[in-house]
Design a protein around this ligand. Sequence first.
Ligand SMILES: C[S@@+](CC[C@H](N)C(=O)[O-])C[C@H]1O[C@@H](n2cnc3c(N)ncnc32)[C@H](O)[C@@H]1O
Length: 255
Amino acid sequence: MPNTDSLPWLQRLPPALLALGAQIMALLAVATAAIVLRESAGLPLPAWIALAGLAAALVSRWLALPGWWQLINLTFVPLLWLTLQSAIDPVWFLAGFALLAVTSLGAIRGRVPLYLSSPRAATALAARLPKHAHLLDLGCGLGGPLARLSTLRPDARLDGVEAAPLNWLIARLRLSGRARIRLGNLWDTDLSGHDLVYAYLSPAAMPRLWQKASSEMRPGSQLISNTFAIPGVAPDEVVELNDLSHARLLIWRMR
Ligand SMILES: C[S@@+](CC[C@H](N)C(=O)[O-])C[C@H]1O[C@@H](n2cnc3c(N)ncnc32)[C@H](O)[C@@H]1O
C-alpha cells in the first residue's frame, strides 16, 4: 500500500491537516460519483453518506494516518449528517468549539492536548524534590500537580507555564500565592534556573524537549516526563505510578 514514505513532504504536514485533506478528497470523490451515478446507482442518501465516511477512512489509511484518525474520518460525515437531522441549537456547537479552543490551543499548534496527571504523579515528584528546590511544570494545565506539590512540599518554589488561556486562568486562580503561573509558550521558557522540570506533553514534543533541556538545564538538575519517552535517550530511572492509566515517570539527570 502506498504511504507517506514515498512522499516525504507529506510526513512534514501535521496529521490534522492530512486528515482534513483525506476528508475533502473523499467527499469530492463521493459527491462526484453521487452526481454522475445518482439515477443508475439508485442508492438512498444514507448510503452515500456511509460511502463518504468509508472513502475518508480509506484515504486516511492510504496516507498512513494513525488508526484513531482513520476512525475519526470514518465517522465524521455520518455523525455530522445525523446531528443535522436533530433539533440541537447550533449555539451548543459554537459553545463546544469555543471551550475546545480555550482549553486546547496547545493541541492544535503543538500536538499537546490537555489531560491530567494523577495525584500519584505529584506525590512521586514531591518525594524526589531536593530541599528548597525550584520546580517548573511545563504545560501546567489546570495546575493539579502544582497544587498537590504546594501542600506536600511548602519549602519548594513552584512555577508553571501554560499556553491555553482558560487552563492558565484556572491554574492561576487555584494557585494564587502558592505558585507562579505564567501564560505563555513552553518553548520560550528558560529552563536554566530550575532544579526539576516536569513535563506531561505528548510523543510529538519529546525530541524537541530533549534538545531544549540538554542545552538549557544545569548539570545535576532533573527532567521528568510523565509517560512519554525521548526517542533514543534512555532515562536514568523509571518510577511506576500504579495509577489508573498505568502512567510512569521517566527521569533524566542532566549532565
Ligand atoms: C497533558 S497536559 C498536562 C497538564 C498538567 N501538567 C498535568 O500534568 O496535569 C499538557 C498541557 O500543556 C499545555 N501546552 C501544550 N503546548 C504548550 C505550549 N507550547 N506552551 C505551554 N503550554 C502548552 C496544554 O494546553 C495542556 O494544558
